[in-house]
Write a protein that binds this ligand. Sequence first.
Ligand SMILES: [Zn+2]
Length: 322
Amino acid sequence: MRKSKRKTRKKQHPRWLYPVLFGILTVLVAILIWPSDSQYDVNKDIQSDVPVYEDIQVAPSQVDVDEPKVIPAPMVTTRSTPSSTKPVEQRVYQYDALRTHGIALVIDDVGYDLPALRRVLALSIPVAISIIPDTPHAKEAAEMAHKAGQIVMLHMPMEPENPHYRERMDDSFLRGDMSEDTVKKMLLHGLGKVPYVRGMNNHMGSFLTSMPEPMAWVMQFCRDHQLFFVDSKTSPKSVASDIAASFGLTWGSRRIFLDNSVKEDDIKQAWLSAERCAKRQGGCIVIGHPHPETLNFLEQQMTHVKPKMMRVVTDLLHVPQG
Ligand SMILES: [Zn+2]
């Protein structure tokens, strides 16, 4: 009698009840531990104005907070070409917690205008000079920057997403439909055009930097040539930083574009954002361009800015440990 009674009682709880309860519990726990927006205040400072040079597609809320942490290597499965379908290596690197503060300025799109570069170098602050390889004065610009004691970077053109910028693409751009061999040959060509290169960042690239496989080839190349990588972060979908980390590179990510808009007030606001961002652990990588307006601003600013705020870009990069 008792046995049959117990059986009847058990049947009162339908089987679907437990998975449903488990599901509800999981959702509640996820809501409780999910970080609130208030932890990402600095992102309010990232501009979303219409860009002047770069195909920037960064929505303020989507910019990552790249605190150093253990970063798992991503698998490359989204696209394959006959030349390579192998996954990115699966080693996991530990990154040092950055304790440095300050602003590291990178000037992009160098190689066209040497008088503008002279003005940048005359600022006498640490500034990384990022040179587009197939520009008329790439070599000379690199020599000038190196002689002035500044870091030289390769500003590698990469395929943008915005149709307006896609129209401007020439043969110097890395494109998403290229093979591994072609990508690496073009990078090598770039290095041949720009001497003294210590690191690389992307020129445009909102399309290509969202593609894990070509980004893996780029990072392999950087590792083979002992270059650091700075993600210009022209797209919130960029995987460049993650893949650079998975390859054990020294890497960083752009936080502020100084001159998305070259109106004086907008540049001022961008600089104020950079100053706020600079107080955070890890500091703030700022990208500007050799526009006359940007140079006017920097010349004024650097006469009364606390120079101690300015850092060499390599001081603000994540460095793999061990
Ligand atoms: Zn650029």
